[in-house]
Design a protein around this ligand. Structure first.
Ligand SMILES: Nc1nc2c(ncn2[C@@H]2O[C@H](COP(=O)(O)OP(=O)(O)OP(=O)(O)O)[C@@H](O)[C@H]2O)c(=O)[nH]1
Ligand SMILES: [Mg+2]
Length: 447
């Protein structure tokens, strides 16, 4: 795949800053630079990767800015194409004018992610690495950052390639036994083939098991705070965040909407949701809020059921957690305890004094750990990888069943072929040539 047009974009975020970076990539990138740069030498005469000071000019040679320009010749650039970087002054208007000059000189405005897409298309990185670039930019915790860096270095891609190679070798065996039965190629015993297929399946299953951790690394654990009105849900959100994010008041039904904020608990990103308090209400607005509470509870990884221990147990709550995904927390431990809570083993906290909050944080982390949501391994797949790998696993399972039933090699080959394609999608390769190569090199056919 080749892309020929030349793209340009402002690569730094909008707004004022010390410098802004404008990048141009593609066949004519250096030609475009020649048209807009005035200095001792022309960019086309620059050595690769060396910065030169000069002026950027627009229409009718009008000076836009003094800037530093460097040329990165293909293939030794981020995109693998000729790439030009212009560091200009960081004003919104300045960078926009520099970009405009690039566009006038023949470049086209780049789409989001297009520089990285070109890096992928020119074989600089596989798809998992391209995705890691986004993860790296979005990482909110050290662990998420480390995971993204390792993915960018190709660790996930390597594992996928290993699985894919195993499938290619298996397919080679099976195809050979189909195509050249007279060639005296002893196909592996069914048992051996099954065992090899099981190795592939295990590899896929292990990667699939990291999907939840991957979601946590990229999006955070969803922790929903819920309970009766006035229990102190909003106070708890503020307490865990460390600042006054939401309105707290002794009026019942203060919070009407769900409010989400992210906190970093010991390296684990937590998406905390404060919700509208549960009670029977005549107000349509409040009922809509409560419906939202119910909806977010369904998507929660962990539910914090908060109750005011100073008052009687609410009618809707029997006082105990319904499962491992729920933690009961009794708030207002600075106030006397109502008799209803006397025998409750639940954690006591006070959002007013901060008592019990450190223990609550520990408890939240422990639960996340128990549910295997805490990212330990830095290889963690995303939802796209998960979808591909699930399809691959299904195809492997069908292939295995066909082998077990003693069906002809053609059937098994179709399934393994689909598995290989699905695995290949993860890294962005779909290639039949490789299987042919593998067949012929293994079996020395063509004598
Ligand atoms: N004494 C005491 N008061 C608290 C504590 N936590 C919260 N409060 C008070 O309880 C009242 C309700 O607190 P909120 O955080 O608004 O309660 P909520 O659960 O969000 O209430 P709704 O949004 O109405 O459902 C406020 O007056 C808080 O100041 C606590 O630990 N001790
Ligand atoms: Mg509230």
């Amino acid at each position: 795949m080749t892309v020929s047009d030349t793209i340009a974009a402002i690569s730094t975020p909008p707004g004022e800053g010390a410098i802004a970076l404008v990048r141009i990539s593609g066949e004519n990138a250096i030609q475009v630079a020649d048209k807009i740069f005035r200095g001792k030498k022309q960019p086309s005469q620059f050595a690769s990767h060396v910065q030169h000071l000069g002026q950027i000019v627009g229409a009718e040679n009008q000076l836009i800015d003094q800037a530093v320009l460097s040329v990165h010749r293909a293939p030794a650039s981020y995109t693998g194409e000729d790439l030009v970087e212009i560091s200009c002054h960081g004003g919104t208007l300045v960078s926009a004018k520099v970009l405009d000059a690039c566009l006038r000189a023949g470049a086209r405005a780049a789409r989001p992610g297009e520089f990285t897409e070109r890096a992928f298309l020119s074989g600089k990185m596989d798809l998992t690495q391209a995705e890691a670039v986004i993860d790296l930019i979005r990482a909110r915790t050290d662990l998420a950052l480390r995971s993204a860096t390792e993915q960018l270095e190709g660790r996930l891609g390597d594992q996928i390639r290993k699985i894919r190679d195993q499938l290619i070798a298996l397919l080679a065996h099976i195809n050979a036994s189909i195509d050249f039965p007279e060639e005296d190629i002893e196909p592996d015993e069914n048992e051996t083939l099954c065992a090899r297929l099981d190795t592939v399946r295990n590899g896929i299953t292990e990667l699939l098991a990291t999907a939840d951790q991957g979601r946590v690394l990229r999006e955070g654990v969803r922790v929903v705070i819920y309970g009766a009105t006035n229990a102190g849900k909003s106070s708890l959100l503020n307490g865990l965040l460390g600042y006054d994010r939401v309105i707290v008041s002794d009026t019942h039904g203060t919070t009407r909407d769900t409010i989400e904020e992210t906190v970093n608990l010991d390296g684990v990103p937590i998406r905390l949701l404060d919700t509208a308090g549960l009670r029977a209400s005549d107000s349509e607005l409040e009922r809509e809020g409560i419906a939202r509470t119910q909806k977010s509870l369904q998507l929660a990884d962990l539910r914090l059921h908060i109750a005011d221990r100073n008052v009687a147990k609410p009618a809707h709550f029997n006082g105990v957690a319904s499962d491992l995904g729920e933690l009961v927390v009794l708030n207002k431990s600075d106030l006397p305890e109502h008799n209803d809570w006397k025998d409750s083993p639940a954690l006591r906290i006070s959002c007013t004094t901060g008592d019990g909050l450190p223990q609550l944080k520990q408890e939240i982390l422990a639960r996340i750990h128990q549910q295997n949501l805490r990212p330990e391994n830095t290889i963690a797949i995303n939802t796209r990888h998960r979808d591909c790998l699930r399809r691959a696993l299904e195809s492997c399972d069908r292939g295995r069943a066909a082998l077990r039933e003693g069906l002809s090699g053609e059937y098994v080959a179709v399934d393994l072929d689909q598995a290989m394609a699905a695995v290949g999608e993860v890294i962005g390769v779909v290639d039949v040539e490789q299987i042919l190569d593998s067949v012929f090199s293994q079996f020395c056919i063509g004598k």
